[in-house]
Design a protein around this ligand. Structure first.
Ligand code: FNR
Length: 352
């Protein structure tokens, strides 16, 4: 395919860095502790090499798939990320519009600056999931799960890798604080300080079925990095597991998503869907993840820089750019359907 909207993510990030205050950039871009996980994320996808097929009579590349029964036009979705009004005045609404324009799935965070009902009211509407944190009282958290079900979200994502907040040294050095008055409609009054989960409800695998019952939605467990954990989650009723290091913002150093994905896929088999995020920055990164068994991938920072620089259009450019690169890379590799990318499409780089 021609490439009219060539996506230069590095240039986009540079542009966003000029628009946003330096401590906000650090908050968005940073990781935890020594940022080892953050630094290795993209490189870990690129430790794999594509194995193109020839003479396979490829037609136009089919990019559409389903995620837990929800139709999406691309396997590249938007990861939940907090406090979006800090990046752009239209915040989560603009992200939802940008996602809808590309047919991509958007995940709305508990720590959003727009209520889940107000995001659901954005038109045109697109596929959307709600992400739940264990930040507050059980009664409040249960209520959020019920509200997500009522508002038309089609899955509930339990973020399981934040039992306590990671140690984000850039924020500590900058003495970073959320802007006064930043709305956090899902946080009960008197909270308002963002993720500060000390002393809040404990979650176990028993909560998976509980939240599925409360919301009436399939449950995705986000932040899984081990095959044994993935199997436990699925046995407890999870419909999908989402391999993630939380963008390198929680435990550090941890295994890269690209390294954990094959073991999780093997443990889960065909019992549940598997997704991955962390450091996905190109169409070939997406294709590598699909080949390793992910049904979809999600992006965090690229969507942040897209929103900051261009609102809904910026988000659509990022998703459209990555999806266009994926289609192009697939065509080069003799592949024409994202639902039929096999493990044989990649091999570990062996030249080193
Ligand atoms: C996040 N992430 C995140 N995850 C989550 O489940 N709920 C949340 O509210 C947030 N908030 C958040 C804020 C910021 C600024 C970042 C960078 C990340 C993690 C996110 O969903 C995702 O796992 C990573 O961002 C994916 O990695 P990349 O694409 O940013 O490398």
């Amino acid at each position: 395919p021609a490439d009219p909207a060539y996506l230069d993510l590095d240039a986009l990030e540079r542009q966003a860095r000029e628009l946003l205050p330096p401590d906000v950039v650090d908050h968005f871009a940073g990781g935890a502790d020594r940022e080892t996980t953050l630094g290795e994320a993209t490189a870990a996808w690129r430790a794999w090499r594509l194995r193109p097929r020839v003479l396979t009579d490829v037609g136009p590349v089919a990019l559409a798939t389903t995620l837990l029964g929800t139709d999406v036009a691309t396997p590249v979705g938007i990861a939940p990320w907090a406090h979006q009004a800090m990046a752009h005045p239209e915040g989560e609404r603009a992200t939802a519009r940008g996602a809808a324009a590309t047919g991509a799935l958007v995940t709305v965070s508990t720590s959003s600056t727009t209520s889940l009902e107000d995001v659901a009211a954005v038109r045109p509407t697109g596929p959307r999931w709600f992400q739940l944190y264990r930040l507050h009282s059980p009664a409040h958290t249960d209520d959020l799960a019920r509200r997500a079900g009522r508002a038309g979200y089609t899955a509930l994502v339990l973020t399981a890798d934040l039992p306590v907040l990671g140690r984000r040294l850039r924020d500590l050095r900058n003495d970073f604080a959320l802007p006064a008055g930043l709305p956090l409609p899902h946080h009960p009054p008197a909270d308002g300080t963002g993720p500060a989960p000390a002393g809040t409800p404990r979650w176990t695998t028993a909560d998976i079925a509980r939240f599925a019952d409360l919301s009436g939605l399939p449950v995705v467990v986000k932040g899984v990095l081990r095959g044994d954990d993935a199997a436990r989650c699925v046995a407890a009723g999870a419909s999908a597991v989402w391999v993630s290091t939380h963008g390198g913002r929680q435990a550090d150093p941890v295994v890269a998503s690209a390294a954990a994905l094959p073991e999780v896929v093997e443990a889960v088999g065909t019992e549940a869907e598997v997704y991955a995020d962390g450091g996905i920055r190109s169409g070939s990164d997406v294709l590598t993840a699909l080949a390793l068994g992910a049904r979809a991938v999600f992006v965090g920072r690229p969507a942040i820089w897209g929103l900051a620089t261009g609102g809904a259009d910026g988000v659509a450019r990022v998703i459209g750019g990555l999806t266009g690169e994926l289609a192009h890379t697939m065509a080069l590799c003799g592949l024409d359907d994202v639902r039929a990318v096999g493990r044989d499409a990649v091999a570990r780089a062996a030249w080193r």
